[in-house]
Write a protein that binds this ligand. Structure first.
Ligand SMILES: [Zn+2]
Length: 571
């Protein structure tokens, strides 16, 4: 038995995520977690909401709620939707947890002790009306380059010129519109990432198994231009983790909080602390190599935009501490899923959001299509037509139809018990040999976190059963040799159970229905030996004919949804 620590990138708190977010981290992470559990390995699968920063404060203000209350509510909403998609987190935590406060303050203190934090005085815009410092992008004004009157303090989106807030003509607060702004001097802490460049370089070079997408992005950030820059880790905000040096106050840093990019990844560790507290168990055996975590395999799942944070920023925090923390072994990153010729967009309400998806179809339909088409080696695209085709063909025609045909035929010609007569012959031996080879490929692909190829192999395993059934044709055999038909249908009933176990990481609800129909109780046992697995349901074993596993998506359904989702929704 091996131990797998698995984390998914943390969804930001300010609203419900879309399907592009789901397939870019949480869903493939769940696939891997479910698979490793079924193989009998020990798994700790963690995710959490990322709750700090200005966007959370502004979203709360827009909702007319105190930010802590807003975050608590949105956390509940996201947790409920995650359950709806059957995301099997061992814990879905919060980056605002007491555990993360303590750990973030610990890391800051430790990095200071190691000489990796310096105080920098800088000028920042303060809004008297809003009673707060404004981050660059919350200052608007007229672009000095092109005259566009809604340029932001970091960039003009009209002419793309990079700006400083002080470049803007007639600057105003993007929050209140107030022009009562002044430039004040304030002090911030910077993490001296530049001093860690060689350490990071060596660490990345030691990771020979990482995807090219991951290493190329990391190396680009590490070496292009001036290389890795020192980075501010504090902010003048109210909402966040107060700046402390371990448990001690940090003179001069009163009233400041850590910058969200610094505290969010530390929540991966703190989340294990939240889980351990809820379970009454120990978390350090998962995260401290001096306390038992040296045999843990740690896999992170994320979208490609998150790669720099996971290959550089967070490792800089950990390596800089020179403490024995478990570091990532496999970093699985994804490209983007596009929506019908454009991008999914939260701010523009474009695409399908997770709550809407569950309103129109059960989770398994989405899980299957998204995983089978996930943007692994390049961006991929969701279109309603392809979704309809994929679901109807793979789930309804291939898998669902197999289950329905086999159970109904057995009920009508024999009974709702596994028939005893006949024995397996050359056709069954050939199928078993084929499935044994395919199972090995499926296992290797799942172990390698190859999502699309795993889905393709699973589909091929379903197809093999259908082809077998088509070629031996028990409905014809039955007329001349009922004993042979009994053996064929006994094998096919066993295949349903076999499929349920193999398919559960992709489509857990349908797999559970298949197991229930086969009257299987207890945990599924991974069928490493196909011969044995296909004799698991013995003659006389009772089963039931299940309800339709997957209803087909009609053209009318598809057209209705196309229209409904064409307009987008308010962010
Ligand atoms: Zn401009």
């Amino acid at each position: 038995m091996t131990r797998h620590l698995i984390t998914s990138a943390l969804p930001y708190i300010n609203g419900i995520k879309h399907l592009g977010n789901l397939i870019g981290s949480q869903l493939p992470a769940d696939l891997f977690a479910r698979y490793q559990r079924e193989r009998g390995h020990e798994v700790l699968f963690l995710c959490a909401t990322d709750e700090h920063g200005t966007p959370a404060e502004l979203a709360a203000a827009k909702a007319g709620k105190p930010v802590d209350e807003y975050c608590a509510e949105l956390h509940e909403v996201q947790a409920r939707i995650a359950e709806g998609f059957r995301l099997s987190f061992d814990h879905f935590g919060r980056s605002s947890s007491p555990q993360n406060h303590k750990l973030t303050q610990h890391f800051a203190g430790r990095l200071f002790d190691m000489g990796l934090i310096e105080e920098v005085a800088e000028k920042q815009v303060y809004s008297n009306a809003d009673k707060r410092y404004l981050p660059d992008r919350y200052i608007e004004g007229t672009c000095p380059n092109c005259g566009y009157d809604k340029a932001r303090g970091d960039q003009c989106e009209n002419c793309t010129k990079q700006l400083d807030p002080t470049d803007l003509i007639d600057p105003r607060s993007a929050i209140s519109g107030s022009t009562d702004l002044e430039v004040r001097e304030t002090k911030h802490l910077y993490l001296r990432q530049s001093k860690l460049r060689d350490t990071l370089d060596q660490w990345i070079d030691s990771k020979t198994g990482w995807p090219v997408l991951t290493t190329s992005i990391a190396k680009k950030w590490l070496h292009d231009g001036n290389g890795l820059q020192d980075r501010g880790i504090t902010r003048d905000l109210d909402w966040g983790i107060p700046v402390k040096r371990g448990e001690a106050d940090w003179p001069g840093m009163e009233g400041k909080v850590f910058y969200v990019w610094f505290d969010a990844p530390i929540e991966y560790i703190a989340c294990a602390g939240e889980w351990a507290e809820a379970q009454g168990t120990d978390w350090e055996r998962w995260w401290r190599t001096d306390k038992g975590a040296d045999d843990v395999t740690y896999t992170q799942f994320m979208g490609k935009d998150n790669v720099p944070f996971h290959t550089l920023s967070f490792p800089a925090t950990i390596l800089g501490s020179e403490e024995p923390w478990k570091m990532v072994d496999h970093l699985k990153s994804f490209n983007y899923l596009n929506y019908d010729g454009g991008q999914f967009s939260t701010s523009q309400g474009r695409g399908i959001f997770m709550d809407q998806a569950l309103e129109i179809l059960p989770a398994d339909y989405w899980r299957w299509w998204l995983l089978a088409n996930c943007p692994e080696t390049s961006d991929s695209e969701f279109t309603w037509e392809q979704f309809q085709q994929g679901v109807n063909k793979d789930l309804a025609d291939v898998l669902g139809n197999f289950v329905s045909r086999v159970t109904k035929f057995c009920r009508s010609k024999f009974s709702e018990e596994v028939p005893a007569a006949g024995s397996y012959g050359p056709a069954e031996e050939a199928l078993i040999a084929d499935l044994q080879a395919r199972l090995k490929r499926y296992e290797d692909l799942m172990d390698a976190r190859e999502v699309r190829k795993s889905a393709a192999e699973l589909r091929a395993i379903w197809v093999a059963g259908n082809e077998y059934l088509q070629s031996v044709a028990p409905w014809t055999t039955f007329k001349t040799d009922p004993d042979a038909a009994a053996a064929q249908i006994r094998l096919a009933l066993n295949l349903i159970n076999f499929y349920a176990t193999l398919s559960a990481p992709f489509i857990p609800d349908a797999a559970a229905s298949m197991r229930a129909a086969m009257h299987m109780t207890g945990d599924a046992v991974w069928p490493s030996d196909v011969q044995k697995a296909l004799s698991e349901l013995e003659p006389g074993h009772v089963f039931s004919v299940p309800e339709v596993l997957f209803a087909k998506i009609t053209d009318e359904d598809r057209e209705g949804w196309e229209t409904r989702f064409a307009g987008g929704r308010a962010a």
